[in-house]
Each structure stands twice: as C-alpha cells, then as structure tokens.
Design a protein around this ligand. Structure first.
Ligand code: MLT
Length: 267
C-alpha cells in the first residue's frame, strides 16, 4: 500500500485488526524484515510496517535521514490512516532510535514500546568515524561492500551455521532495501543523533527491551543500560539470537510480544 506524505510517497503493509502496532525496521533494511510478524501477529493486532524514506518501495526524501524526521514520517502515516488511539511501537536497531524519537515528540500518542536490538546512547568518536568511513566506502565502491560486511554481523554464529537460507534471505533483503544514496543519507542522519538515555527515566509507559544474546552489532550490555534506566521496563534476552532476532527466533519473539502486550492490557 502507498500513502502520499508531505515529503515523499511511503510504502507500507497494514494487516489485521485491533490495537495498531507500528513495526519500524533498521539499517540497511525495509519492511520485509517483519514478514514473520506480519504473518503471525496480524491475527491478534493491527500490524503496520512502513518502508522508511528511500528504503524498500518508499520514495527517497531529501537527506539526511535524521531520527526525528523518520519519526515524523511514521506519525504522518498514522494520521493518514486516521488512527486516533495510542499506538504501540516496535523498532529494531535504527528503528528503535526512531521509536524513541517518536515517543519523545508524541508522548501521549504511544501506549507501549518494544525496543529491539537497539540502544539509547548516541555515537562516540569511534562510532562517528566508522560512519564517515561507511559513507566514503559507499561513495567510492557502492553498496556491495557495506552489505557484505553487515551480513557477517547481523546474524548469530548459530543462525549462520544452521540456517544458510536465512543468510541468503537477509543478503537479498539488504540488496533490495537500499541504494547507495539511502546508505549515505541514513549514516548522515545516524551520526548526529541525540543521546536518548536521559529521556528514558521520564518514559511513563510500559517498555519491553528485547535483545539477542549474541548480537554483534549492538552488544547486550547496551540493552541492559536501557533497561536499567527505564521506570517500567522488561528485559527479554533471547539465547543464540543475533541482531535480527525477530527473524532468527521468530516464534519466541512473537510470543514475547504477545505476552508483553497482554500482561500490560494493551490488546
Ligand atoms: C541498524 O541495524 O539499524 C544499524 O546498524 C544501527 C546503527 O548503525 O547504529
């Protein structure tokens, strides 16, 4: 499905009925990341999964793709869909940064938050250096080297060994999801993002922090920092899962979402 927003035409999936849950993908991915959630969870809730600007089938917008802008686009989509009840947000990695920005900007319009494989801190000097390096590699050599280096880190060693089809699937997903231009605009937006850790203590809503024990992109310790700072937080650590735990351990991930929402009377 498509919706015309102020800056660009956004592509999104919208399946099921009931409480709206907005699933926000990470870098360098698109809404297809959420295929196992769209299939299973839309029996219990309304699953909405957008392609952020320039990702998947959404049109590009002018860069950089800051977390605030992408949060604003997600909010515009909710308005377009004429949803007036508070939504649940589920963001993975960069999608988690976008979700936090959404909560900060529209606090009364969010009923619950699922932070997946993400963190609240902004980049340190080394992190910013890595992003500048990613931008120059993309400018000089295109997207293939970026995707190849992400692929080795996105999944846990156990997944890589036992589920080669998933490795192939994630590789294809990344190739379809982003252009060089999108990689650069994402990195430009990520590099200057706000440190959201001070904001966590003010979050007056239930939050579920989910993390793969073997995440090689964002270490588990980051999820523990987030959890410790939250007034109403639950931490779920999924063993033998990496950064894409929703794909790697889809059944457990979906069960955890269901029980979090049910236990907090959100369904
Ligand atoms: C992601 O998985 O969305 C990104 O790798 C997060 C980041 O670069 O900080």
């Amino acid at each position: 499905m498509e919706a015309r927003l102020k800056d660009f035409t956004i592509s999104y999936e919208d399946q099921g009925n009931g409480r709206p849950v907005l699933f926000i993908h990470g870098f360098p991915l698109c809404k297809d990341l959420w295929e196992p959630q769209l299939q299973a969870l839309s029996e219990n809730m309304r699953v909405i999964a957008p392609d952020l600007c320039g990702h998947g089938e959404s049109e590009p917008a002018t860069g950089p793709y800051t977390m605030e802008r992408m949060a604003h686009h997600c909010h515009e989509l909710i308005e377009y869909l004429q949803i007036t009840q508070p939504v649940i947000l589920c963001g993975l990695s960069m999608g988690g940064y976008v979700s936090l920005s959404y909560c900060k900007k529209y606090p009364r319009e969010v009923a619950g938050l699922i932070l997946t494989a993400t963190k609240s801190d902004n980049d340190n000097e080394q992190g910013r250096l890595n992003r500048r390096n990613t931008i120059s590699v993309a400018e000089q050599s295109g997207k293939d080297p970026i995707i190849a280096s992400m692929l080795t880190k996105l999944l846990s060693p156990t997944t890589v060994e036992n589920y080669p089809f998933l490795v192939k699937k994630v590789d294809g997903l990344m190739h379809n999801a982003v252009s060089v231009e999108t990689i650069i605009k994402d990195q430009q937006g990520l590099i200057d993002r706000e440190n959201m850790t001070p904001f966590l203590g003010m979050m007056n809503l239930p939050v579920c922090v989910m993390h793969g024990a073997d995440d090689q992109i964002i270490p588990l310790s980051e999820a523990q920092v987030v959890h410790a700072a939250l007034p109403f937080g639950r931490l779920v650590i999924i063993p033998k899962a990496g950064h894409l735990l929703n794909l790697e351990k889809a059944v457990i991930f979906n069960q955890e979402i269901l029980s979090f929402l049910q236990n907090n009377y959100l369904l």
